[in-house]
Design a protein around this ligand. Sequence first.
Ligand code: SF4
Length: 371
Amino acid sequence: MSERVIPLVDQRLQALRAAVPALPVAATGLVADTLGRPLRDLRISVTDRCNFRCSYCMPKEVFDKDYQYLPHAALLSFEEITRLARQFVAHGVRKIRLTGGEPLLRKNIEVLVEQLAQLRTVDGEPVELTLTTNGSLLARKAKALKAAGLHRVTVSLDGLDDATFRAMNDVDFPVADVLNAIAAARDAGLGPIKVNMVVKRGTNDNQILPMARHFKGTGTVLRFIEYMDVGASNGWRMDEVLPSAEVRRLIDAELPLVQLDPSAPGETAERWAYADGGGEVGLISSVTQAFCGDCNRARLSTEGKLYLCLFAHNGYDLRALLRGGADDAELASAIGHIWQGRGDRYSQLRGTLGADTGSGGRRVEMSYIGG
Ligand code: SF4
């Protein structure tokens, strides 16, 4: 049984100051970090709460009944989120993903979707608007989200076997309800649906083939995610990681696969198609095949901190600037300046001394900034 770490220091209280640089950084859509990576993808966490307790993300022992969630006043309002998102889009963001915790727990999230759906890229195109959910509330919200302007959803599902899935979400939530939600999202036009399965060796790797067989030929893209050392609470061990290469071999032996080209720069999933035309699967291999080289993702926490990597320790407090009276140009300049100084590439350096960036402390929890 892997060791769980009960965090003593509330990492959420730490923040880096987001300063408006003396030399303004104009929003031209072309800002790049120290490794030449543009800013193209913004993940926005709209709540730090979730109704699941997946062991690899929000283990029950840590996120228990005494866990202090962020007070509502600390959360960015929908108007504040949209105002910040507009600056990121002006710097080149083309895709916004709403995450959490569980984003559908945020009340009236359709209102935020409607606001974000008005945003246009530097080329005047609609910003691609997606959302990652555990599916528990999706069936009843799918139509309203589509009507508000959401383009697509990604649903997390870690197995088809009910006992395995209930054990992994640790709140006894049934598979059938998630499958119904996927069908409802498809019917509402929120496709092509992507399904994410986190693979933990010895826990749910026996679900790889049943999941592949189930979603093959349905138009749903199934992605297998290597179990990651995110945050500091999940007791991660390397021997519980099943490398994507083994996942691919397992599927290929029964359902032959052919490799596909990435559909966009910075894509996290390696794409494979069923040779018989039965659709596509993805492999997300942060542990064994790091993809930091063209990582163009920024993350905004629920209370307005900008994180430059999923494995970062600290974020830049944009909320202080926002509520401190900064105008849009100053906000954009601060965001551009922060991005220009970015050098994060944790997965590439994992296990080496240089891996952990940031001033001590511990890595931010995935449930706080979204996957
Ligand atoms: S580890 Fe950090 S830099 Fe690397 S791909 Fe993930 S988020 Fe990007």
